[in-house]
Design a protein around this ligand. Structure first.
Ligand code: PMP
Length: 459
């Protein structure tokens, strides 16, 4: 299929000259040599030369049902022709109303109040702003500090970036750290030698409690946590961690925000991981990405009755939650989400993830026998391969480039990976089959071997 006619050279020129990409590296600004994605179908992306690549990272953790579905196109086109937009402030329409009900039905317990946003960052921003609003309305204006964690990623708006733990001080952007406290890394890999996972879990829960006590419970408004730290390197906290943190939050009346932007919509085999995988019912859940499988931008912040009921009702005359977006509840994006969810239900995609993920993880962990691999970890259809830390000098430089080197080799053989320093991260479309998982890991293993041959000192 060729819908556009410009040459690759023209696209690359325009891209370099005019398009400021997100997370743009200023060293290559204006002269980057990006692969041009030309089309996509199922789990495959086709580049400008017609090469077929397996989409290992699922776009950016979001292409759950895969690319190029006619039924998605039809649902989107139908809604465009019926009602392409309406003001969400003073009018209602069918897609956001039905989607809000659907999300409330799919979400745990009292998470029945759905605030639509434009993506994950704005969902996190909304959750924090709701916490501000909630505490202001309850007459405790000092209870606003957010506790987050090192390596967490929560977004790129000012507030969501402020509670993001990664790359502190490296990105030359200002954030608000005055009302943010970051807990240390929860990665079980870094626990002291000989310490059990249970003890590590207790220590990490204690980090949260100690921080609340030190900051003063009257000043802590929320704890925000991804069920697994995704962009931070697929860090899976020990069993019982989230439950323990939830108990601490309840004890000190601190709201628990579960950032399910990655883990929602089937990534871990369930609509939401909070309840079904980690056994918690948060005060707020943020989601985006898989909500539309990346067909259109949409996010949502789900808010628990527990924290809506006390500050809403006829006695609240003149009070408004003054937060919103022109595209809150965009009818076309909501129609896409409804169709996406319908497809996931009728094609039993969550069941498929639960069935296939043990095989995905088996193939992932089998890479541990490669001398260059230091660690593999995963859950559901999320995986990470980490290069071995081999020391200093040249080999250490390679550690930091392990992801990029493996990525380069993989791409030559038809697989996209997401490189991150010494890691490669995977979150393929959820429709991936066993044979396609085999193709993916065969390529990955071969790429790791090729890199090892080029850098024998590091393996
Ligand atoms: N939260 C998490 C856990 C994420 O992984 C991301 C994006 N990677 C975001 C929030 C931000 O979402 P968006 O890029 O849609 O604004």
């Amino acid at each position: 299929m060729k819908a556009h006619n410009r040459s690759s050279q023209t696209i690359r020129d325009y891209d370099n000259k005019y398009y400021m990409h997100p997370w743009e590296g200023m060293d290559s600004f204006g002269q980057a040599d990006r692969t041009i994605s030309a089309s996509a179908e199922g789990i495959y992306v086709y580049d400008e030369h017609g090469n077929r690549l397996i989409d290992g990272p699922g776009g950016m953790w979001c292409t759950q049902i895969g690319y190029g579905r006619r039924d998605m196109a039809d649902a989107i086109a139908d809604q465009v022709m019926r009602l392409s937009y309406h003001s969400p402030w003073n009018t209602a329409s069918e897609p956001p109303a039905v989607l809000a009900k659907k999300l409330a039905d799919l979400a745990p317990g009292g998470l029945n109040n759905v605030f639509f946003t434009t993506g994950g960052s704005t969902a996190v921003d909304t959750a924090i702003r709701y916490m501000h609003f909630y505490n202001n309305r309850l007459g405790r204006p000092n209870k606003k500090t957010v506790i987050s964690r090192d390596k967490a990623y929560h977004g790129s708006t000012f507030l969501s970036a402020s509670v993001t733990g990664r790359d502190r001080g490296k990105n030359f952007l200002d954030v608000d750290r005055e009302r943010v406290h970051l807990l240390p890394d929860v990665n079980p890999l870094i626990r002291p030698e000989g310490m059990s996972l249970d003890d590590w879990c207790a220590a990490k829960v204690k980090d949260l409690e100690d921080a609340i006590v030190a900051l003063g419970p009257d000043s802590v408004g929320a704890f925000i946590a991804e069920p697994i730290l995704a962009s931070g390197g697929v860090i899976i906290p020990p069993n019982g961690y989230h439950k323990g943190c939830m108990e601490v939050c309840r004890k000190y009346d601190v709201l628990y925000i579960s950032d399910e932007v990655v883990t929602g919509f089937g990534r871990l085999g369930h609509w939401f991981a909070s309840k079904d995988v980690f056994d918690i019912e948060p005060d707020m859940i943020t989601c985006a990405k898989g909500l539309t499988s990346g067909y259109l931008p949409l996010g949502a912040c789900l808010i628990n009755d527990r924290i809506v009921d006390p500050i809403s009702g006829p006695d609240q005359e003149g009070v408004m939650f003054n937060n919103g977006y022109t595209y809150s509840g965009h009818p076309v994006a909501c129609a896409a989400a409804l169709k996406n969810i319908e497809i996931m239900e009728t094609e039993k995609i969550l069941e498929h993830v639960r069935e296939i993920s043990p095989y995905f993880l088996e193939r992932l962990h089998s890479l541990r026998d490669e001398p260059m691999v230091g660690d593999t970890r995963g859950i559901g259809l999320v995986g990470c391969v980490q290069g071995k830390v081999t020391g200093d000098g040249d080999s250490y430089a390679l550690d930091q480039q392990f992801g990029a080197k493996v990525d380069e080799k993989c791409e030559e053989m038809g697989l996209i990976v997401r490189p991150m320093a010494n890691m490669c991260v995977f979150s393929p479309p959820l429709i991936i089959t066993k044979t396609q998982i085999d193709d993916m890991f065969d390529i990955l293993r071969e790429a790791i071997r090729q890199v090892a041959r080029e850098f024998p000192q590091a393996a």
